[in-house]
Design a protein around this ligand. Structure first.
Ligand SMILES: CC(C)(COP(=O)(O)OP(=O)(O)OC[C@H]1O[C@@H](n2cnc3c(N)ncnc32)[C@H](O)[C@@H]1OP(=O)(O)O)[C@@H](O)C(=O)NCCC(=O)NCCS
Length: 169
């Protein structure tokens, strides 16, 4: 499996992966809206010449008390074509993505998703770091991963995704 940064020629393949995985166009449209925003990046997974998985990271802000030097990303969406799911591709995309976030100097990543899945990568409920979601979601579903240990210790408040997400529902 080959994981690499998304290229301009991947756009249609990325759309198809998101539409097939989510069964609707909302996430594919979100990815199109996010593209080009500073600090946003996407990776794709290719077993051969076909894109079968995609992951996107985009900047979030904390409304509350937090150092302005802190750079936090939101992981969303991540998608794998249904016929390629449960083969470890999602895991590889997340691992590579988090490594890229680390390498690029980001301090933390948030995600909204299934706790059993994301805890495998070290994500913990964001509430344990005094952070909450702007959305009305179960406490354990909104998670955070510190890429530098202790980096969130003086941080608290509501995490806001880019405004492009508000059109996603
Ligand atoms: C979530 C997703 C990206 C995972 O990709 P994947 O390639 O199937 O993941 P992996 O094979 O690396 O890991 C599969 C594990 O994730 C778990 N998992 C996957 N999706 C899950 C979900 N929605 N809820 C709970 N667990 C889930 C499975 O239990 C599985 O664990 P197991 O193999 O030990 O049983 C993929 O299932 C997908 O595209 N889903 C639809 C879109 C979506 O819901 N994206 C996440 C929200 S942004």
């Amino acid at each position: 499996m080959y994981i690499r940064t998304e290229k301009p020629e991947d756009l249609e393949g990325v759309r198809q992966v998101n539409i097939a995985a989510f069964g609707r166009e909302n996430e594919a449209n979100l990815v199109d809206r996010l593209r080009g925003i500073a600090s946003t990046f996407s990776l794709v997974a290719l077993p051969s010449d076909r894109i079968v998985g995609h992951i996107c990271f985009s900047p979030v802000v904390v409304e509350g008390k937090c150092s302005s030097n802190l750079s936090i990303l939101g992981l969303a969406p991540v998608a794998v074509l249904p016929e390629y799911q449960r083969q470890g591709i999602g895991t590889l995309l997340i691992q590579h993505g988090l490594e890229e976030c680390r390498r690029s100097g980001f301090q933390a990543v948030v995600v909204l998703g299934h706790p059993d899945f994301y805890s495998r990568f070290g994500f913990i409920p964001a509430s344990r770091k005094s952070l909450k979601s702007e959305y009305d979601v179960p406490d354990e579903a909104f998670m955070v991963l510190e890429l530098e240990s202790g980096t969130l210790q003086d941080c608290s408040g509501t995490v806001k995704y880019r405004s492009e997400f508000s059109l996603c529902e």
